[in-house]
Design a protein around this ligand. Structure first.
Ligand code: 13P
Ligand code: SF4
Length: 319
């Protein structure tokens, strides 16, 4: 704890001296989330993280999350320096949607409006008409469906299918999934729920359809945290990365939070819902990047200009 305290003090000093602000995702380590808030930064879902960077006057953004979050910040704020604790922090959705193949898929379907999830590379975003996050996907697809547009959706097929069901939009899907959320198991969840009759089930829409079908609330990380605060239930079964429980417990200390069951090593397990890439962020490597200036995100001005168009479309729509 003394070492941790010293690290935190060092980070605070470096953030101040470098006119830098820390933006963290709800899945990162609790110490990073607390530090972001203590230092005037923010802890948020991916939609709010993107917006925060555009509105904050700091000249350096330090993004604790996964690579697409840092890239989105750089795309929207190309003149700012964007650092990340670990540049190897990727995302299975981003990895599973290479720009070349994706672009060819889009070319095969020229009459479709291309909507990509924020969990993609700058190149994939640049090939899209709209970027969405889980927090804004439903209203945007509803809007497109009302205008009679057919949607080519990538890369999370579970989120895409959920959105399709809710909106009735005509959609085709890229076959991607999140390695964390696809581990949740519906049968074990139903059984857990029967043992906790007072619990509300909270599910992130990257989860498989059968898991989403058991949910009382489906939504982005921010929406799931809000549900814990506002619903009267004394218990919540949470089907998303367990890092989210830090903020849930802070805002609703009296509520009991239970991890939804996941597929384990040959059996169901209750601690597998941890994104390995979000877990790469720590106080140690955060201090290191502030000290050395390494791990700067680079997106060329031309690519940033193209990729910013569909992201800004989303931010303007969300206003
Ligand atoms: P949110 O936009 O809900 O924060 O989700 C981001 C993410 O990567 C979920 O796995
Ligand atoms: Fe990507 Fe899944 Fe990790 Fe979110 S939890 S960053 S979607 S791998």
């Amino acid at each position: 704890p003394a070492e941790q305290e010293r690290l935190k003090q060092d980070i605070k000093t470096m953030l101040r001296r470098q006119n830098a602000v820390l933006v963290a995702h709800y899945y990162t380590d609790g110490a990073l989330q607390d530090l972001a808030e203590e230092t005037g930064g923010c802890v948020a879902d991916s939609l709010e993280m993107a917006r925060f960077g555009t509105e904050h006057p700091a000249t350096t953004l330090v993004v604790a999350g996964v690579r697409f979050m840092g890239e989105t910040s750089k795309i929207l704020n190309n003149e700012k320096r964007v650092l990340m604790p670990d540049l190897a922090a990727t995302c299975s959705l981003d990895e599973g949607c290479p720009a070349g193949l994706f672009s060819a898929y889009c070319d095969e379907h020229p009459d479709y409006t291309v909507v990509v999830y924020a969990n993609t590379s700058a190149e994939v975003k640049a090939r899209s008409d709209w970027v969405v996050t889980s927090g804004i996907a439903l209203p945007i697809i509803r809007h497109l469906a009302r205008s009679g547009e057919k949607v080519l959706w990538a890369p999370d097929r579970h989120l895409g299918q959920y959105v399709q069901k809710q909106t009735g939009a005509e959609m085709i899907y890229w076959p991607g999934s999140c390695i964390v959320h696809e581990r949740f198991r519906a049968e074990a969840l139903a059984e857990m729920r029967s043992r906790h009759p007072q619990a509300a089930v909270l599910v992130h829409p990257e989860s498989p359809e059968e898991v989403v079908a058991l949910a009382d609330v489906v939504g982005s990380t921010t929406a799931l945290i809000q549900a814990v605060v506002t619903l009267p239930n004394p218990e919540f079964i949470v089907a998303t990365d367990a890092g989210i429980m830090h903020k849930m417990q802070q805002l609703a200390p009296g509520k009991v939070l239970i991890e939804a069951p996941t597929l384990g090593e040959g059996a169901t397990c209750q601690s597998c819902a941890r994104c390995p890439w979000m877990g790469m962020n720590s106080l140690q490597n955060l201090a290191e990047v502030l000290k050395t200036g390494k791990n700067e995100i680079v997106v060329s001005a031309d690519l940033a200009r193209k990729a910013a168009i569909p992201i800004r479309r989303m931010l303007d729509f969300a206003r």
